[in-house]
Design a protein around this ligand. Sequence first.
Ligand code: SF4
Length: 316
Amino acid sequence: MTKPPLTLYLAAPRGFCAGVDRAIKIVEMALAKWGAPVYVRHEIVHNKYVVDDLRAKGAVFVEELDECPTDRPVIFSAHGVPKSVPSEAAARQMLYVDATCPLVSKVHIEAERHHENGLQIVMIGHAGHPETVGTMGQLPTGEVLLVETPADVATLAVRDAARLAFVTQTTLSVDDTAEVVAALQARFPAIVGPHKEDICYATTNRQEAVKAMAERAEAMLVVGAPNSSNSKRLVEVGARAGCTYSQLVQRATDIDWRALDGIASIGITAGASAPEVLVNEVIDAFHARYDVTVEQVETAQETVEFKVPRVLREKV
Ligand code: SF4
């Protein structure tokens, strides 16, 4: 039986960012240095495949610090943690390594600087996401107010409209965030913003690549996890840019082939925490059913790399 033809557009860049790469390396190097088990507070990055792989190597994933013994190392995830977490670890004399992405730490520092200057902070982010919890937890309760949408801005009760600053989660939709920032600036003209937006290079680049693919592809598949903020934003960006079918898949087995029936082109990308092995699995699944022509859609080249903390670079 002849296979139907399909043009498969592949986003570049896609998948792992420098912060995810570093966080995974931190767990692997900690296991090599101190042996198993090494505890990790929260999923090191939001991807089941990555977490399962590290678990098999000896990492133990927990949600809170009080689930860790004091005689084993603990690693904090790439999303960042409230200040109370390292304080508690220090109080219990635990050995800890912070795998917070340096671009998230940069936002923490920004928020602290504004606070020192007497400004109240508005954070644009998703309620309950660990990065939002971590950033808000850098300052005392009430010093950081959370907004998700322009409607939230309209009802926001601030201490002093003349003394405000805003920061954002790093993995938001660039376009949605611009709308919330515009609403903040319209209601609070004196609000201070970051010199350069807090949405990170990896989030921005992956969204740009999806927009470029959506101009050509009928459908979009994003390889990523349902709790991965940047992956979910890629699905939304694909839908908004014109793909009537834009869907998140964790693995090839999640693909709804019936929904793709009759399409001649598809765009494929991966969230910043999704490994390339899963992208290849999805591409192979298309090769099995279609006569595939792969075209790469490159909108940026990435060369960012982050060093792991010194404690892991030192010889035992
Ligand atoms: S998505 Fe951006 S902020 Fe998050 S880990 Fe990657 S580089 Fe860092």
